[in-house]
Design a binder for this molecule. Structure first.
Ligand code: 1CP
Length: 340
């Protein structure tokens, strides 16, 4: 997560000259930035993730989104009440996901060619609840009070918005596969703001719909969900959705997650195998090298020898030292060789 980004001096150099969304919209730049970590860590990274952002969907739906350096996304005209839904363009005549987001498809195709088979390329979207949170708050938030107030005050309008975002997201994912993405991830980064009850009402049904839509059209493309903070929903994600991979943050013990997922699948009589992804606390990259090595090896052992994609439990941070990331990556490879 944020495999490309501000911890890399070569990324910062490109950002000096280019606005964030300009990089996303220029296929050559998006490809260059996507490839930077692949070049820096040859043989160590097993996949590239296309350089873009989850907020390209609100933009495609007609909202203005700025990326404020050092602060993150800012939507100057957030949705404040249900009648603001009329401002969104997704239901206007002539609206087309493919036309609005064609620049992402071009970036994906260009990057697939540039990768030349070195590693597979991942596409992604933001999940409906997380995108709704940005669209209503106008940016990041500590409490998500505005967005959650919508859920509780006007649940019908909230469901209408979530349903519309889900439709765009599902179509966008299929389009990314047609453009060349070989695996997909759905980011529900603010799942942890919801109670289990509200996750079941306002997030899970849309995650389920997105997975079903994509699996029907692209059955062979691995599909990952990252519902940050939603430990309580591991069983539901495993048994009630079609995601192949569940990505977990560091607040869940990997061995416990493995047991819970396998037990839930067994009791549901399901023969499918769900892969787990994660989950080192990104802050461990600030620890000394020995601690980082020890904790990374412990993490790999806790997930077990199979069915695990090693990753951080959330994104790289601007202050991370790229050389510490190398230590993490090398340790993942040596620890997994030892496990096998
Ligand atoms: C998958 C992805 C994302 N953003 C970026 C990528 C590109 C691919 C990659 O290299 O991982 C580039 C990507 N997106 C951004 C950056 C920062 C760099 C810059 O300003 O140049 C990068 C490299 C900007 C951004 N965009 C966003 C934030 C978070 C703000 C907040 O806490 O509210 C930030 C800081 C929204 C966003 N964007 C994304 C998420 C989901 C994952 C997560 O939880 O981190 C979220 C919530 C997803």
């Amino acid at each position: 997560m944020r495999q490309a980004g501000r911890y890399l001096p070569e990324f910062r150099a490109i950002r000096v000259e280019n606005d964030f969304f300009n990089v996303c919209r220029t296929p050559e730049l998006a490809t260059e930035v996507t490839l930077q970590p692949i070049r820096r860590y040859p043989e160590l990274l097993d996949a590239a993730i296309i350089f873009s952002d989850i907020l390209v969907i609100p933009q495609a739906m007609g909202m203005q989104v700025e990326m404020v350096p050092g602060k993150g996304p800012h939507l100057p005209e957030p949705l404040r009440e249900p009648r603001d839904l009329a401002r969104l363009t997704d239901q206007r005549k002539g609206f087309s996901v493919g036309r609005e987001l064609d620049y992402v498809y071009k970036a994906i195709t260009n990057t697939r060619h540039a990768l030349a088979g070195r590693v597979p390329l991942l596409g992604f979207v933001g999940a409906p609840w997380t995108l709704m949170a940005y669209m209503v708050e106008g940016g990041g938030s500590k409490t998500f009070a505005e967005a959650k107030a919508w859920l509780f005050r006007c649940p019908q309008a909230a469901h209408e918005l979530l349903r519309r975002i889900a439709a765009v997201a599902a179509e966008f994912l299929v389009g990314q596969v047609h453009a060349g993405a070989q695996a997909l991830q759905v980011f529900e980064s603010w799942a942890g703001e919801l109670s289990p009850r509200d996750f079941a009402e306002f997030s899970l049904p849309y995650l389920r719909q997105i997975a079903a839509h994509v699996k029907q059209r692209c059955p062979d493309v691995p599909l990952t969900v990252f519902a940050k903070g939603a430990h309580y929903a591991l069983e539901q994600l495993a048994t009630e959705t079609a995601f192949d991979v569940i990505s977990i943050d560091w607040t869940i013990d990997p061995a416990a997650a493995r047991i819970r997922v396998d037990r839930a699948l067994r009791s549901a009589g399901s023969a499918r195998r769900v892969v787990l992804q994660g989950n080192l606390d990104p802050t461990l990259l600030f620890a000394d090298e020995d601690t980082l090595r020890r904790r990374t090896a412990e993490m790999c052992a806790s997930f077990g020898a199979t069915g695990h994609i090693a990753n951080l439990g959330h994104g790289m941070m601007p202050a991370h030292d790229p050389e510490r990331l190398r230590v993490f990556l090398q340790t993942v490879h040596s620890a997994s060789r030892a496990l096998r």
